[in-house]
Design a protein around this ligand. Structure first.
Ligand code: ZN
Length: 142
């Protein structure tokens, strides 16, 4: 994809994020913030028998943090906690070390340009830090 298309993907997710809102039946929750940019996120997940059956988030912040949360929640919804852990490791290696992304996370390649900008890496990782806590919570309930 070209950089213009990447930008369009990020803006489309930021303007109309998937899985946005609260989740009354949540069994796991994480709040994270990124003071350097002013981003905040609350991630809610309903984990049943080791599977993330539903996930939602509320956020305030920049386009990159919201787009990353939107794409992340789409990728993990319906998957097992262990699958989510594998995808988290893949995204972290992609955004911090330039590794290839797991094919499941193809759309998140739109954040490729962020890798050169350490402050923006924190924006892109915010939702995934929340996921890390949700995974720990989900494992405790497995
Ligand atoms: Zn940000």
């Amino acid at each position: 994809m070209s950089h213009d298309l990447y930008r369009e993907v990020i803006l489309a997710h930021a303007q109309s994020p998937y899985n946005h809102g609260t989740l009354p039946d949540a069994t796991c929750h994480s709040h994270q913030d990124n003071p350097t940019c002013g981003d905040e996120i609350d991630l809610y997940a309903e984990v049943r028998d080791g599977r993330i059956v539903e996930v939602r988030f509320e956020s305030q912040g920049c386009a990159i943090s919201t787009a990353s949360a939107s794409m992340m929640t789409e990728a993990i919804k319906g998957r097992t906690v262990e699958d989510a852990a594998r995808l988290l490791a893949s995204f972290r290696a992609f955004i911090t070390a330039g590794d290839l992304l797991d094919p499941t996370l193809e759309e998140l390649e739109a954040l490729e340009g962020v890798r050169r900008l350490p402050a923006r890496v924190k924006c892109a990782m915010l939702a995934w830090r929340a996921l890390e806590e949700v995974i720990a919570c989900g494992r405790g309930r497995a």
